[in-house]
Write a protein that binds this ligand. Structure first.
Ligand code: ZN
Length: 324
């Protein structure tokens, strides 16, 4: 996957931050230990002077004598390190107390090991790329707890379920969906007229699923398609398409409000279809009803959505109007 320059820049800055933090924290711990136990500093100084001693020994002409001195230095050094650890544990510290606590001990927060890119750096790039795609969405503003059922009438059932009862079961279903989320979770289609809480519930799912450590992209359909268009026609850098196809959960908000063109229709089909083939869950929310989806899109998009998604029909009156 390729990343745009700003993603790489942010990732490098974050790696540097991690490295600095690990080193600064270690320096602070060391200074504190030195202050309480000057003996530790004495041992450290001896260990440090060993590297000077090493350089001197390398100039010894006689190979036998050189090896003897090197062996002695190594033995002494190991002994110093042992004493250091023993002293530290004796004072109630862990033996590695003075060592930096790397975010990724494998590469010591350098992002590379053995000439190869470390997994931690790959993960960071992906996270930043996803975050950039979600930038316009308030992922942390909505939760299931502040989804207020009070806005939905409970007297409009006419012998069937009231809007409030319908919305309670939809809210509970979405909460369960988020709590049990896995790559095998079903696809959801949230539909119903505007202002019934589709965005609220899909954002709540996004927030929970992210907390569980999955990668989530949340974007409005107009945003998503225009970004794809930019990359396709104007050769903007980045790889939105691959991110949309690869993330663990993709949430497409407001399907049906995007500008309709041959390009957008085929882009939407490609995303929906490829994710179905890769068995990666997708959530779509739309103000269109089933007939509206069939009218607006080709038969193949409509049948993919209607046939392969769990349909959640939202009920009630425009909550945003009621709030005002
Ligand atoms: Zn690493």
């Amino acid at each position: 996957m390729k990343y745009n320059a700003s993603t790489v820049e942010k990732a490098n800055a974050e790696m540097e931050l991690r490295r600095n933090k690990a080193e600064t924290d270690a320096a602070v711990r060391r200074a504190e230990v030195y202050r309480k136990y000057p003996e530790v500093k004495t041992i450290d100084d001896k260990i440090a002077s060993a590297s000077l001693e090493f350089i001197r020994i390398m100039t010894v002409a006689d190979p036998v004598e050189r090896k003897r001195q090197l062996d002695a230095l190594q033995t002494e050094n190991l002994e110093m390190q042992r004493m250091q650890r023993e002293f530290l544990t004796g004072c109630g510290y862990s033996a590695d107390w003075l060592e930096p606590r790397w975010f990724c001990p494998k590469c010591r927060d350098t992002g590379t090991r053995g000439g190869k890119v470390c997994g931690c750096y790959e993960t960071l790039l992906r996270q930043i790329a996803y975050r950039e795609l979600c930038e316009s969405s308030p992922l942390d503003l909505c939760s299931f707890d502040d989804f207020d059922l009070g806005y939905y009438p409970d007297n409009d059932g006419n012998g069937g379920l009231s809007s409030r009862a319908v919305m309670k079961s939809i809210r509970d279903y979405c909460r369960m969906y988020a709590e049990d989320f896995s790559p095998e979770s079903p696809n959801l289609l949230m539909y119903g007229s505007t202002g019934l809480g589709k965005t609220h519930l899909s954002l709540s799912i996004a927030g929970e699923v992210i907390k569980k450590g999955f990668t989530v992209i949340y974007d409005s359909c107009p945003n998503m398609t225009s970004r794809l268009e930019d990359e396709h026609f104007r050769r903007a850098d980045g790889d939105t398409s691959e991110s949309l196809l690869e993330c663990d959960l993709l949430i497409i908000d407001d399907l049906g409000t995007e500008f309709l063109s041959q390009f957008t229709v085929s882009a939407i089909y490609n995303i929906i279809n490829t994710r179905l083939l890769r068995r990666k869950p997708t959530i779509i929310s739309t103000n269109l009803d089933i007939g509206g989806i069939q009218d607006r899109y080709s038969e193949r998009i409509a049948s993919r959505i209607i046939g392969e998604y769990t349909l959640l029909k939202f009920a009630g009156k425009d909550v945003r109007q009621l709030r005002k």
